[in-house]
Design a protein around this ligand. Sequence first.
Ligand SMILES: [Zn+2]
Length: 325
Amino acid sequence: MNKKLITIIVAVALVVVVLTVSLSLYFTRYQWDPKDTEELYLQNIAKVGYANTIDTAIPQTELYNVINNHFNSALSEGKTVKKAIVIGYDGCRADILAEMQDQNSAINTMLQDGASINLAYCGGVNYPAENTQDTSTAPGWCSILTGEWADVHGITANKITKSMDTKTLFTSLTEEGIIDKASFITKWGGHFTAKNSTYKLEKEYCEQKGLNVAFNKCKDDEASHQATLAEVSSVDCADFTFVIYEPTDSTGHGKGFSFNNPRYKEAFKKADSYGYETIQAIKNRATYATEDWLIIITSDHGGIKTDHGGPSIQERMTFIVTNAK
Ligand SMILES: [Zn+2]
């Protein structure tokens, strides 16, 4: 063999090695997980202990009614004021709840306190019918906040600005004088700060009308968490607080939405620990005993591979944990 031939063989061998290493790294990062099957998904859903089934999953729009009913119902004896908080875990799949921990888990704490846990669905219609709006952030949260699907609110996907024909609970509850103050806390610019953000007009409307609705855009999840703790710990805290924690969505997009992905599990535990500290802060309020708190933990959509928006069961199912009677 001459030197030239040896050089070619070594070069080809090197290319093969580099390709093999790259491909194996790609798969171990769970960007595409062939083991994230529907069968495994259903097994983990069964472990969570949901009160209902996928067939009887609750439309996520129902949360609008739960919150609205809470504020419009009479105060029970010994209570002087109604409060509500929605703690959102963005992009949190319903199967990952099988990983909730005994300590530092908001969901586990709520269940111990007697809360209900149910499967819910996003996307306009229940699985397996094909979704009529993207299983994405803006459509999901907008359906929860307006009680409508995209055929009414128009938010079929991200990057669409909602008209004021359909108002969120922030605006309707404050405008009707049912509550004094609402607070929306998020790190995602797509809600009300970016170009074509969902609630751009809603924010302007609240400012023009002088409604006490705080649109609080934070720089990251930790800042959202601190803002939430400050809000629920303040003497005159918002009557309705709506916070979205995003570790699950960020990790899913970066490393894969999958029960097999340890990083996604860690992200869920992170979000659930933020939720836990939030609930502890509420319970620590000096006036907690005389306040009637509605607490909801939910998600806007699930995810598969490194994305969401589509019709798979992993994207369609969400969950609702609430102390609502
Ligand atoms: Zn989302």
